[in-house]
Ligand binder design. Structure first.
Ligand code: GLN
Length: 311
């Protein structure tokens, strides 16, 4: 057993013992019914070795982690022109906040809060039918993970649609400022379906490898994005990936990461590892409570951090 294997197994065993597991998102039945006692972890290192422990093969709703992949597609389509429509600053407010949008004239602070991600979905949708845009996001994840079994959970997508009044408010509000170019129901359809993609930690860590490998797929050697773009997506994850908990996550973990209300977190240590953790209970900021703790332990045990020259 390697050191990393040992560390990952120890973390999974410790996390199983934790009592205070946070609260599972309960705005839709597809998330509310998930057992909070689960914890999974998958670590893929730069040499391609994979370490999985706990419930690392159990599927969960990736939710806002999809925002990283949709952003990658949108940047591929329109490049830096995206930044006329979305900012790059941490928001310091909740993931579904609407207040900043008025002050900032319908330009969301960053692509990882809901408003910003909805603009990104609008960019991915432009020139396509909604079904094609959703298919493009799903195909991209399957390609990155080298796994054609990845799918969209229709129950979760329906739940999002039935309860997504705030997201509907955000998209309509931005449309009033001219920052949404497609019909609002179609944009929401794309956004809700990308949130409803189901993956496990193993698949998610695999999908994150291009961000660890400076934009390349380590399996095929093909370029997914140029190195500068990979670096910038990582920078955005570091500053904005945990909403108003981003500073705390950087302080405790020190790796670019993106969370979702399904309880997943994807983090990367450039040149070193792509990591996915999952535990459904959330902290006050809507980020996985046990998942964050596990990453803090992993960072401490390995020395992995972008703020550490041993990184
Ligand atoms: N589907 C969720 C929403 O739009 C995603 C939010 C999240 O994962 N933080 O409200």
């Amino acid at each position: 057993m390697t050191d990393i294997d040992h560390i990952v197994r120890k973390i999974a065993a410790d996390m199983a013992q934790e009592q205070d597991r946070g609260r599972v998102a309960d705005y839709i039945p597809g998330l509310a019914c998930v057992d909070p006692n689960q914890f999974g972890i998958a670590v893929i290192t730069a040499d391609g070795t994979i370490h999985v422990a706990g419930d690392g093969d159990t599927l969960f709703s990736i939710q806002s982690i999809s925002k990283v992949f949709a952003l990658t597609i949108a940047l591929g389509k329109v490049g830096d022109a995206l930044w006329h429509r979305v900012g790059r600053e941490p928001s310091g407010s909740a993931f579904n906040s609407i207040v900043q949008l008025e002050q900032e004239h319908g330009i969301p602070r960053n692509p990882f809060i809901n408003a910003g991600a909805i603009v990104v979905s609008d960019v991915v949708l432009s020139g396509h039918r909604p079904r094609e845009a959703i298919g493009e996001i799903l195909r991209f994840l399957r390609q990155l993970a080298h796994d054609d079994t990845i799918f969209i959970d229709d129950d979760v997508a329906r739940g999002e649609q039935d309860t997504g009044f705030r997201n509907a408010a955000l998209v309509n509000y931005m449309r009033a400022f001219g920052n949404i170019h497609n019909p609002v129901e179609e944009v929401l359809g794309v956004y809700f379906h990308q949130c409803a993609i189901a993956m496990n930690c193993r698949q998610l860590a695999a999908a994150g490898r291009f961000l660890m490998m400076h934009g390349r797929d380590p399996v095929t050697g093909h370029s997914i994005v140029p190195p500068t773009r990979a670096k910038r997506i990582n920078a955005l994850m570091m500053m904005c990936g945990h909403y108003d908990g981003s500073g705390e996550f950087a302080f405790r973990v020190g790796m670019p990461g993106k969370s979702g209300v399904g309880g997943g977190i994807l983090t990367v240590v450039p040149g070193v590892a792509s990591i996915a953790v999952w535990s459904p209970g959330l902290n006050e900021r809507g980020n996985s409570k046990i998942g964050s703790l596990a990453l803090e332990r992993l960072a401490a045990a390995t020395g992995w951090s972008v703020f550490n020259s041993r990184g």
